[in-house]
Design a protein around this ligand. Structure first.
Ligand SMILES: [Zn+2]
Length: 193
């Protein structure tokens, strides 16, 4: 027998929204904007981020312009399923750092009637699709690609070019570690490929 709120959940429609782009493109700002509006609508919102990203603050999703919202760091995508009970909206930031199980977790949440909003880097610093992002983009209902401004020419930027000497995939940092570049300036900086 269904409890009343389970019955409501079953009738409700869930979906996945992905906000992607390079560093400095405003992904987290856009995620926060959508989550704050959901809260204004009195929806129950939970926000998660991978435990690896503790750049500024353990407990908050903090964007580059210090607009912030409370979030829970989790060690793996499976933890999100366990912790997303009785919510209307799930927000996930820095999705590219999650494990390969994240797309399945997001789909399970959406299938159960939850609106899932995911923000993440679509490409790593070498220009390759990043972690679970390609699968998320393929299964999402709505995709928003936001752009930074190329620091070299002023056109729209889609690459996060690493300007420090380090070949680890995950290097967290600010303007001292990365610069946003457009396609042609990225090719000039990294050599023809
Ligand atoms: Zn450029």
């Amino acid at each position: 027998m269904f409890l009343e709120n389970e019955h409501d959940r079953a009738r409700r429609r869930g979906w996945i929204e992905v906000i992607c782009g390079s560093m400095f493109s405003g992904k987290t700002e856009e995620l926060i904007r959508r989550l704050k509006r959901a809260r204004i609508a009195r929806l129950k919102v939970e926000i998660f981020k991978p435990g690896v990203d503790n750049r500024y603050d353990e407990e908050k999703v903090v964007s580059h312009d210090a607009n912030e919202i409370q979030s829970t760091p989790v060690p793996s995508s499976a933890n999100i399923l366990l912790m997303a009970n009785d919510v209307d909206v799930v927000g996930i930031d820095e999705a590219q750092f999650f494990d390969a199980g994240l797309p399945d977790v997001c789909n399970q949440l959406a299938n159960s009637g939850i609106r899932v909003i995911v923000a993440g880097l679509d490409m790593d610093y070498t220009g390759k699709p990043f972690g679970p992002m390609p699968s998320l983009l393929a299964t999402a209902e709505y995709i928003t690609k936001v752009h930074a401004i190329c620091l070299h020419c002023g056109h729209l930027a889609q690459h996060s070019h690493r300007i420090i000497d380090n070949d680890k995939l995950v290097v967290l940092g600010e303007t001292d570690a990365y610069e946003p570049l457009c396609r042609s300036c990225f090719i000039k900086q990294t050599g023809e490929k």
